[in-house]
Design a binder for this molecule. Structure first.
Ligand SMILES: NC(=O)c1ccc[n+]([C@@H]2O[C@H](COP(=O)([O-])OP(=O)(O)OC[C@H]3O[C@@H](n4cnc5c(N)ncnc54)[C@H](O)[C@@H]3O)[C@@H](O)[C@H]2O)c1
Length: 411
């Protein structure tokens, strides 16, 4: 069958097998190119174990929870192809059937594992619910069987639901304001139409549930389980990802339900560092830049904000995607080779959003957003860039892929 994007309510329901694979290949190519161009830099050639050992510290065995797309996939690609780390990837994927494609991550994981094998990099991907005890057991067994301990644990989940492994109760996360309703202008990247979106405030129960799903509890369960099983290396690093964004998005993001969950992630980082001080664990929350991933199109105001942001950052040459951000996280924050502590802000967080949050960028974004109407939208924003990134995440619109060719969802 020919596979074309099936988009409903700003969610893409399918994925293109060859496109998803090509997207991973392209990210790997970029990391390898950067590595080759940076022989004197901190990014090491894949598999160059001697150079790795000579540096104060580089990742050797990475566990990536939420490995199949967005920030998690980019982290995994940098760890493996930039530093030669073995990677165990955990994500929850929909398998293809004769009539339906798999999830984008199903194809991405397969492509990643194949490319890693070509370069003799140890890599395994498990499709399993990361919130379950089973996922933790698998990761522990893998390490024990391989005779290693994880020195890097990336926690990059974005999930609408979580089943508490202790009680079996299912919790749902929502993206809602707290205290009062929120209305804002939003842009539909697929129709190019502006509209007003209004979201009612969350109930107390919804706040609690969002923290249960997207907060730090599961991250703590992971680290505690790995440490208890003796498969967390002394001095290991663990990073969970977060976002703050500009004041205009605070009512729906930072000060809303998801912001409360992200605060809990910061609490978890402090708790983990205290609990595993004996092991010398370094658990960090990294505040990353706004990028387009699978769920970006469903949050009110965010598509419009990102489109204006991309316009400004592409024009001033500072635009970054997930992979650019993760290359910077590894080389300029986690593995600088200087022996200095990881650079953090006053709250102990890694900041990769400093370019997005510069006054020069934010003032320009605000100025553009003040002038946007249906007519000026295409010229004042990069809505096309938003749409292209969104389609790319699902394997569509990728140069070099022939979308006219019939494809088997299993291929
Ligand atoms: N997208 C942004 O602009 C942005 C900005 C800053 C921080 N972040 C944060 O980065 C993190 C990752 O977000 P993303 O945008 O890369 O999302 P994404 O949707 O691209 O990736 C989420 C990953 O989680 C996996 N996943 C979801 N539920 C799972 C489950 N139950 N078990 C196993 N795997 C599961 C998915 O398979 C996927 O690999 C989130 O914490 C998000 O808040 C995102």
């Amino acid at each position: 069958m020919k596979i074309t994007p099936m988009i409903r309510n700003n969610i893409c329901l399918n994925a293109h097998p060859a496109g998803c694979a090509r997207d991973v290949e392209e990210q790997v190519r970029r990391v390898l190119a950067k590595t080759a161009n940076a022989s004197s830099s901190k990014v090491l050639a894949a598999g160059d174990k001697a150079a790795a050992a000579a540096q104060s510290k580089t990742p050797r065995h990475a566990l990536v929870i939420g490995c199949s797309s967005g920030y998690g996939l980019a982290s995994r690609i940098v760890a493996a192809f930039g530093y030669g780390a073995s990677t165990l990837g955990i994500s929850f994927e929909r398998e293809p059937s004769a009539t339906k494609t798999g999830s984008p991550g199903w194809y991405a994981n397969r492509a990643f594992d194949g490319l890693a094998a070509e370069r003799n990099l140890a890599a395994k991907s498990y499709s399993v619910d990361a919130f379950s005890k089973e996922a933790k057991r698998l990761a522990i067994e893998e390490a024990r069987a391989g005779g290693y301990a994880y020195d890097l644990v990336i926690y990059s989940l974005a999930s609408p639901v979580r089943v508490d492994p202790k009680t079996g109760i299912m919790y749902r996360s929502v993206i809602k304001p707290i205290g009062k309703s929120y209305s804002g202008t939003t842009a539909d990247p697929f129709t190019g139409k502006l509209g007003q979106a209004s979201v009612e405030p969350a109930s107390v129960q919804e706040v609690v549930e969002t923290i249960k799903v997207m907060g730090g509890e599961d991250w703590e369960l992971w680290i505690d389980a790995l440490a208890e099983a003796g498969v967390l290396e002394a001095g290991a690093l663990s990073v969970a990802y977060s976002y703050i964004g500009p004041p205009l998005s605070h009512p729906i993001y930072k000060d809303g339900t998801i912001g409360k969950a992200k605060e809990d992630l910061e609490r978890a980082a402090r708790a983990l560092n205290a609990r595993h001080a004996g092991l010398g664990l370094g658990a960090y929350v990294s505040i990353n830049k706004a990028v387009v991933t699978r769920s970006s199109a469903v949050i009110p105001i965010i598509p419009l904000y990102i489109s204006a942001l991309f316009k400004v950052m592409k024009e001033d040459g500072s635009h970054e995607d997930c992979l650019d951000q993760m290359m910077r996280l590894f080389s300029d924050r986690l593995y600088t080779g200087t022996g200095r502590p990881v650079a953090v802000d006053a709250q102990g967080r890694i900041r990769l959003d400093e370019l997005e949050m510069r006054d020069s960028v934010q003032n320009k974004v605000l100025e553009l957003m003040g002038r946007i109407n249906q007519e000026t939208l295409p010229e004042l924003t990069d809505l096309d860039g938003f749409k292209a990134d969104f389609l790319r995440v699902h394997g569509f619109g990728i140069p070099g892929v022939d979308y006219q060719v019939d494809m088997d969802p299993f291929s």
